[in-house]
Write a protein that binds this ligand. Structure first.
Ligand SMILES: Nc1nc2c(ncn2[C@@H]2O[C@H](COP(=O)(O)OP(=O)(O)OP(=O)(O)O)[C@@H](O)[C@H]2O)c(=O)[nH]1
Ligand SMILES: [Mg+2]
Length: 442
């Protein structure tokens, strides 16, 4: 393989920067910069020289001999002083020696092509770099350890067993099929179907783990939604006033509650809108409800009106988690809480203390995270599981009609689909899609 190079650390000022090269000539070219021998897996303190033998920097150089490196090729890392200028000088020198600039994700792509990691792990690496969620990072680390790989192998093994059964069936075809076997195979298919459905369901529910669960603050005007947002953020992010209809548009911000990354959305108060802009705002508020994982429905502790009644109806028809937030409790509780008996209720003062609410949010999010470990982290993986499920359903029909060759054919397709999570079959297209979204240097 030709030798590629990239700066592996972010641009900007920092204590050190790392320039990485990988490929057949990595060692030979590295020696041209260090003028020194490099022992595999040793950190060597060395001067680094440019193409004209002028000193660039003094840094640590580490040589990873193939195949014991991230990419599986010869890799050399130059740990130089931080800042863009020095690392760029090293990079330019490498290019002069014939090294090629790495494409986004090319290091990981090479790791994949050399069998160092499978496709599900490559995707976990990409997400791990991006995610700002602590629990998301933990989940992705599990995937890097091979959780998803185990899941794929488990499903595949079960399907292969079923295939073996099908072969026996085909041999029996002339005679009567033993009934116990028929039932056994159906039971096995059902258990796989259930597992795949459960996985899809869990993945959808926990999509927010990586990008932030969406929590929408809704209610009629003036109940203190924006005050609540500000309290959650600990800043004066949104304008707060006693004029009803202050917030015109949705406002989104990220916060961390416990282990969870949350995307909190403040919305325009929902009421019969007076002007065009407000109408659009109200429409957006309703859309925010649709898109959220948790709804914080805010009410004023001192009065309950027809507009509140409408909010209550709106949240009653949702199949998502709702927390009823009774705000302005500092003014005293003057409404009947019985109306909200279907929901968990917290009473707070956005001006004073909102900790009962953050505790409740954390409690709910903790329950999202108690099930099985693996979830599907990319649309590609979700698609593969959906396709496998469809193939299994098709197979089932052919089992019922006794068309066993077709049954076997569909089971084979299901095996291919599920295997594609770790080993993609539409190779080139898949590779481009998968690695193109990486950053350069990874
Ligand atoms: N006493 C008291 N007043 C509050 C509390 N929370 C908010 N307010 C006041 O209630 C008024 C409305 O607050 P906002 O946060 O702007 O209300 P909103 O729900 O965002 O209103 P719209 O954006 O118009 O929909 C402001 O005058 C706030 O200072 C509270 O806990 N106690
Ligand atoms: Mg507001």
């Amino acid at each position: 393989m030709n030798t590629i190079a990239a700066i592996a650390t972010p641009k900007g000022v920092g204590a050190i920067s790392i320039v990485r090269i990988s490929g057949d000539d990595a060692l030979e070219i590295a020696k041209k910069l260090t003028k020194k021998d490099l022992k595999p897996r040793y950190a060597t303190l060395s001067k680094l020289y440019d193409y004209n033998n002028e000193l660039i920097d003094i840094g640590l150089v580490i040589y990873f001999k193939a195949p014991h490196s991230f990419t599986g090729e010869d890799v050399v890392e130059f740990q130089c002083h931080g800042g863009y200028a020095i690392s760029k000088l090293i990079l330019d020198t490498l290019f002069k020696y014939g090294v090629k600039p790495a494409e986004p994700g090319e290091f990981t792509k090479r790791a994949f092509l050399n069998g160092k990691i499978d496709a599900s792990k490559a995707e976990a690496i990409a997400k791990l770099i991006e995610t700002r969620s602590k629990e998301g990072a933990k989940l992705l680390s599990k995937q890097l350890e091979g959780e998803l790989q185990k899941f794929v192998e488990n499903v595949r093994d079960k399907l292969i067993e079923i295939m073996a059964y099908a072969e026996v069936f085909i041999d029996y075809a002339e005679e009567d099929l033993p009934e116990t076997m028929d039932k056994d195979i159906k039971d096995r298919l059902n258990s796989i179907k259930e597992l795949l459905e459960k996985t899809l369901e869990a993945s959808k529910r926990r999509e927010g783990m990586l990008s932030g669960y969406k929590v929408a603050i809704v209610g009629k005007p003036n109940v203190g939604k924006s005050s609540l947002l500000n309290a959650l953020l600990n800043t004066n992010r949104a304008i707060v006033s006693d004029i009803a209809g202050t917030t015109r548009d949705t406002i989104e911000e990220d916060i961390q509650i416990g282990q969870h990354l949350i995307r909190i959305v403040d919305t325009a108060g929902i009421r019969e809108a007076k002007d065009e802009i407000e109408k659009i705002g109200v429409k957006r508020s309703k859309e925010a409800i649709e898109k959220s994982d948790i709804i914080l429905a805010v009410f004023d502790a001192t009065s309950f009106t027809k507009e509140d009644e409408e909010i209550l109806n709106l949240i009653k028809n949702q199949d998502k988690d709702v927390i009823v937030v009774i705000n302005k409790i500092d003014k005293g509780l003057k409404i009947d809480l019985n109306k909200f008996k279907d929901f968990p209720i917290v009473t707070i003062s956005a001006k004073d203390d909102i900790s009962p609410l953050t505790r409740k949010i954390e409690e709910i999010l903790d329950t999202y995270n108690t099930e099985d470990n693996y979830i599907l982290i990319s649309a590609r993986q979700v698609n593969a599981v959906e396709n496998a499920l469809q193939e299994i359903k098709n197979a089932e029909e052919f089992l019922n009609t006794g068309e066993l060759e077709l049954f076997s054919y569909n089971i084979q397709n299901a095996i291919r689909e599920i295997s594609s999570i770790t080993k993609p079959f539409e190779y080139d297209e898949m590779l481009d899609k998968m690695f193109g979204s990486f950053c350069v240097g990874k």
